[in-house]
Design a protein around this ligand. Structure first.
Ligand SMILES: Nc1ncnc2c1ncn2[C@@H]1O[C@H](COP(=O)(O)OP(=O)(O)OP(=O)(O)O)[C@@H](O)[C@H]1O
Ligand SMILES: [Mg+2]
Length: 606
């Protein structure tokens, strides 16, 4: 990939887009501000020089006040430019982080659903969010610090040669030792430890999300966080890695580093003792004292500069790992869009010798499945759990792509459709329904943003949701909590069906979508479907015989293979698996959850 050859910073600047220039401006301002911040030290040297030159007749040192003002002006200018620079880099950093989040989310939307199984949503969110935040620090602070510090170092080296290179070298010694300890801390084997530490943090986020989601189950079984082994293990592992990194890897180099940088002037003393006799002998002792004063003050900059480098390089490392995580999201496989999308005709659904194997699975979930659903027909998919019903239904809206064979809607292979057109034509109510926080109307309008209140009510009437919605004090303005926790399972299912109907789909797929609805209401929903949406092709997955037997045809799937495709009566005569499902339910066992279908007036359909 092209991106891999680029440095991390270059990749980040690509994300900055039009705000790239702002980053460069910020860096430039930061460099200039660093140069200005050195001016006061030079002024101090000038003051020291003048004083020593006129000693002990101090009144002759007339320019001292001027130097004071000059140094004050430079300091103020330096601070102003530093803030202006930070403002530029911050603006660019925020935009970059927001671009990363936007592009990440947009990319993930095109990934096949299977990818989300392997990448828990908490992990994706964590990766994108934390990674974007980490890059924000790099762009807003670290890069400016790095550029500023490099400028400072170059200026320092120049000044060292201008005044007295020997004392300069003594000061530099502190910097060299500090840089060596930093390399020891971050390079080689320790970089690997740092990566493991980050990976442990990732695993802890993932397990934490899973734990929070599973709290109801944890409570039901009277368990505690300690019995949630995966989470506990992830926390322990993270704490071990963190301790190892901080205590074993960082302690010694960090201690040396801090002592050396904070006490940089200590290295000056032996240098001064060594140089003093020479200066005395040549009569340049006043100059020597001036230089010594300068370096003693100047050495204070070294610790500031090195602290900045430390901070900045850890920022670069963090951003490097952050970019790695962002890449994991950006490299999620995408469903291929057709070059020239084709226009479909009608709403016939056809499976042509379809086989499908989930990524990483050893056996196919579907093998050589062929069947056709004519426009307007209702076909029920039945069969034992794990038989492949949900999988077959998921291939129609292209949640996954077939491994071989083809799925056609309206005579056109779904892979040749414009994705948006396909998803608008095929409405799916999933086995795991989701409502979002917002009012009932907001939720319904996920199906069609422009739906009027009347259209929403109409859809709810068909899905038998209108009555219970009107029973809420606020009716359609009732607030739904995140995940739909404040409505019952059956109410949630009916709202999801209404939401799907609002799409005005050509094909409607209901995957176990009325399992929590009582049998009488279920029958009413099916009656409404038959009478009010006759042109829509309906594919219904249901465990309930009452829901199945009224279908035009029934497809029996067992172990991913079609073992029957016929009407209820014919299957009952000829198909052992179907007969068994039917008998178990009508004789009071299995999944049957209410009165027999004959007891419901409109349950029995033609
Ligand atoms: N995301 C997935 N990744 C890997 N394998 C999967 C995935 N989803 C389902 N499978 C496997 O594919 C097979 C068919 O599953 P599918 O969900 O289609 O069954 P189903 O007929 O809908 O069952 P149920 O009636 O229990 O909903 C099963 O063996 C299942 O283990
Ligand atoms: Mg299923």
């Amino acid at each position: 990939m092209k991106q891999k050859k680029k440095s991390d910073v270059a990749v980040l600047l690509d994300y900055a887009g039009s705000h790239r220039g702002l980053t460069f401006l910020g860096l430039f301002l930061s460099a200039v501000s660093m140069l200005l911040s050195m001016a006061p030290y030079i002024c101090i040297w000038l003051v020291a020089r003048d004083l020593i030159a006129v000693a002990p007749d101090w009144t002759r040192a007339q320019d001292i006040a001027q130097y004071g003002w000059l140094s004050f002006a430079f300091a103020v200018a330096g601070i102003v430019l530093y803030f202006a620079g930070l403002m530029c880099t911050h603006l660019a950093a925020f935009r970059t982080a927001s671009n990363i989040r936007k592009q990440g989310v947009a990319h993930v939307m095109n990934a096949p659903l299977g990818w989300f199984d392997a990448n828990a949503s908490g992990l994706i969110r964590g990766r994108l969010d934390a990674a974007a935040a980490d890059t924000e620090t790099l762009l807003a602070h670290n890069l400016a610090d790095i550029v500023g510090t490099i400028t400072l170092f170059i200026a320092m080296l120049v000044l060292m040669f201008v005044f007295d290179w020997r004392m300069g070298c003594a000061c530099l010694l502190a910097a060299v030792i500090s840089i060596l300890t930093m390399f020891a801390m971050m390079g080689g084997k320790n970089a690997q430890i740092m990566a493991e530490y980050q990976a442990a943090q990732d695993r802890m986020t993932k397990a934490g999300t899973e734990y929070v989601r599973g709290i109801p189950v944890v409570k039901i079984f009277q368990q505690t966080v300690y019995s949630f082994k995966a989470f506990q293990q992830a926390i322990e592992e993270y704490s071990a890695k963190a301790e190892h990194y901080q205590a074993d890897v960082c302690r010694t180099p960090q201690s040396i580093n801090l002592s050396v940088t904070e006490g940089a002037f200590v290295f000056l003393v032996p240098a001064a003792l060594f140089l003093a006799p020479g200066a005395l002998a040549t009569g340049s002792f006043a100059g020597f004292v001036t230089d010594f004063a300068f370096y003693a003050v100047f050495s204070a900059i070294i610790s500031t500069a090195l602290a900045r480098i430390m901070f900045a390089s850890s920022g670069i490392m963090l951003a490097g790992t952050a970019l790695g995580r962002i890449r994991m999201v950006m490299e999620a496989p995408e469903l291929k869009a057709p070059e020239r999308p084709r226009a479909p005709q009608g709403s016939r659904v056809e499976f042509r010798d379809v086989s499908f194997t989930y990524d990483g699975a050893e056996t196919p979930a579907l093998s050589h499945v062929s069947f056709t659903v004519e426009p307007g027909q209702t076909v029920a998919l039945v069969g034992p759990s794990g038989g492949g019903k949900t999988t077959a239904a998921s291939l129609i809206p292209r949640f996954w792509d077939v491994s071989s064979g083809a799925v056609l809607v309206g005579g056109v292979d779904v892979r040749d459709y414009d994705m948006e057109f396909l998803r608008n034509s095929v409405a799916v109510v999933l086995q795991k329904n989701v409502l979002f926080s917002g009012t009932i109307l907001d939720n319904l309008r996920w199906g069609n943003e422009e739906a009027t209140e009347e259209q929403c009510m109409d859809a709810c009437k068909k899905a038998c949701a209108h009555d219970f919605v009107m029973n809420f004090p606020k009716g359609y303005e009732t607030w739904i909590e995140q995940g739909g926790t404040n409505v019952s399972g059956g109410q949630k299912q009916r709202l999801c069906i209404a939401r799907a109907l609002l799409k005005n789909p050509k094909v409607l797929i209901l995957d176990d979508s009325t399992s929590a609805v009582d049998t009488a209401t279920d029958a009413r929903i099916r009656k409404a479907f038959r009478e009010e949406v006759p042109v829509v092709t309906k594919i219904i997955i249901a465990q309930r015989v009452s829901a199945i037997e009224s279908a035009d045809r029934i497809l029996v799937l067992d172990d991913g293979k079609v073992v029957g495709f016929d009407t209820h009566e014919h299957l009952l005569e000829n198909n052992d698996i179907y007969r068994e499902i039917y008998q178990v339910q009508t004789q009071g066992g299995g999944d049957f959850d209410g009165p027999t279908p004959d007891a419901i007036p409109e349950g029995k359909e033609a």
